[in-house]
Design a protein around this ligand. Structure first.
Ligand SMILES: C[S@@+](CC[C@H](N)C(=O)[O-])C[C@H]1O[C@@H](n2cnc3c(N)ncnc32)[C@H](O)[C@@H]1O
Length: 200
């Protein structure tokens, strides 16, 4: 599956509760202060670190390919009273009305782009959205393979509605020639079944 479509439905539901770490907003806030506003966060998902930067008064818009993640971001923004402008688009094809002094991705999101052609297209769209003299921050990581002992191990969390959330890595393949890593994940939610008691 294309990672741009992956954060949908149950994956978006489980993303927040099962998140294993949170982005430190400070490096991105420092980048925006240095490079200038307006700024644009690509792959903003459900709002980290974008909402914290907005809370600090920075003029930052967001882009994400997942409508479901953006629903969650807007809900969190409403709850916190933070005005946001976010666009439902793919970064490799984005076409936005503003030009930005600073464009960044938080964490390893750029590595979600599935091949070199898509990555090159994304860099082209970033360039096209930079204001004169603007700066882009594109963190590049080589994701570590999932340790063998964690394949098949189930992580659980409780959803706000009481459902049990479960995620596990079922299998992983790494291809050094194409520099790709493909991970098969299993997501599950389960509810307790309550049976009415008494006669009848
Ligand atoms: C790992 S999540 C990170 C979300 C958020 N920055 C965080 O740290 O919680 C990656 C996000 O990138 C988005 N994404 C993946 N491919 C994308 C693409 N081609 N264009 C725009 N967004 C993309 C996904 O929908 C997802 O919300």
């Amino acid at each position: 599956m294309d990672p741009a479509d992956f954060y949908t439905g149950i994956v978006a539901d489980l993303y927040g509760p099962l998140k294993s770490f949170s982005q430190d907003p400070e490096p991105y806030a420092a980048f925006v202060r240095q490079a200038g506003a307006p700024a644009l966060e690509l792959g903003c998902g459900d709002g980290e670190p974008l909402l914290e930067l907005r809370r600090r008064g920075l003029d930052v818009d967001g882009v994400d390919s997942s409508a479901d993640m953006l629903v969650r971001l807007r809900r969190r923004a409403d709850e916190q009273g933070i005005p946001v402008t976010v666009f439902h688009q793919r970064m490799e094809a984005m076409s936005l009305p503003r030009r930005y002094r600073a464009i960044y991705l938080a964490g390893p999101t750029f590595t979600l782009l599935p091949d070199d052609a898509t990555a090159l297209a994304a860099l082209g769209r970033i360039r096209a959205h930079l204001a004169e003299g603007g700066t882009a921050l594109v963190p590049l990581f080589t994701p570590a393979p999932t340790p063998a002992e964690q394949i098949g191990r189930v992580r659980t969390a409780a959803a706000p509605d009481g459902a049990e959330l479960r995620i596990s890595v079922v299998a992983e393949q790494r291809d050094e020639t194409t520099r790709t890593q493909t991970t098969l994940l299993r997501y599950r939610t389960s509810f307790a079944v309550l049976r009415p008691s008494g006669r009848g």
